[in-house]
Design a protein around this ligand. Sequence first.
Ligand code: NAD
Ligand code: IPM
Ligand code: MN
Length: 369
Amino acid sequence: MTTYNLLLLPGDGIGPEVMAQVSKVLDALGRAGIARFETETDLVGGASIDAHGVPLTDAALARADAADAILLGAVGGPKWNGVAYDNRPEAGLLRLRKDLGLFANLRPAICYPALADASALKRELVEGLDIMIVRELTGGVYFGAPKEITVLPDGTKRAVDTQVYTTGEIERIAHVAFDLARKRSGRVASAEKHNVMKSGVLWKEVVTAVHAAHYAELELEHVLADNCAMQLVRRPKQFDVLVTDNLFGDVLSDVAAMLTGSLGMLPSASLGAVDAKGSRKALYEPVHGSAPDIACQDLANPLAMIGSLAMALRYSFGLGEAADLLDGAIKDAFAGGARTRDIAAPGAQAVGTAAMGDVIVAALAARIV
Ligand code: NAD
Ligand code: IPM
Ligand code: MN
């Protein structure tokens, strides 16, 4: 049985609570003889600031670099509002993404029929929804320079963030989106704002060129990002693969989350380039944050985190069957009526974070036998 080395970075707020459920699932997969996982755990975000004074130590980064894959819970929270900007919890996550070259962030938004009534939209608009958002993750306004606040001669201040994209950065994320579309419905929508941004002009031009040169058999549609947000709410099933930049991808994926029932349902994979040996660096994390409002109350939905493990099995370890088992266990849990509070009907009985983890482990065991 192959042994995989996983680095767990639970982080802050609900991060450790949802990561604890992943640990149960990893143990269950090991017991079933599907794969053996050697896990190491380290600190990121506020937890690392408290222990070491920085949101990610060089040692933790080196461990992340050496691992077969990384699972991250969430970072941030009001406790660290006062720390220096460059040292804030989120900077640890951004350093991991940038230094490991994790440029391709896949955020699948799937609405399980059992959850359609938990969606913010009507059942008929979302039932069967299956969108793959492909977010560029190491460029754009997140990392462009200058990024600063300066004081003007009159004493007022001026804040600058810089959106930068190069041809190469756009080409490689476009390839990821088109390659995924080939295995799906063959449709890609590309969202930018070429009507106001130079980076949008280049984005549209490069995506068009990559399409024409390599994927002419696929359908490509360009959509302005503001219209895209509206279309996601108006008629979300028109989209299949949706490729966009770092900031628009952040916003549009939170919108897409509510179509599926809850932000607590959306997993993600952040992938690097494929190397000469055919492997790639990868970090898996829920789309949601540390949810300070519900932390330490056993209220968090762990399914985005468990779904992120399923993506790790599929994309990093080639364990597609195990990933299918885990996705099936999630469906079985819903069929059995298990719902955390965020996806339960108003007034209905809900289960806690740990109990949902136990339900998934039991459903998995039942499928394996
Ligand atoms: P959030 O995603 O943490 O929470 C937004 C809302 O969704 C809250 O009401 C929360 O209770 C709910 N929610 C989120 N995850 C849930 C889950 N699993 N189950 C049930 N409900 C859930 O966003 P926020 O409140 O804007 O940010 C809080 C902190 O998290 C900030 O410091 C932010 O920077 C950070 N953050 C981190 C990540 C990450 O680590 N990847 C992602 C987003 C936000
Ligand atoms: C996300 C988060 C992060 C982002 C923050 C915490 C840096 O919102 O992963 O969606 O903006 O990318
Ligand atoms: Mn976000």
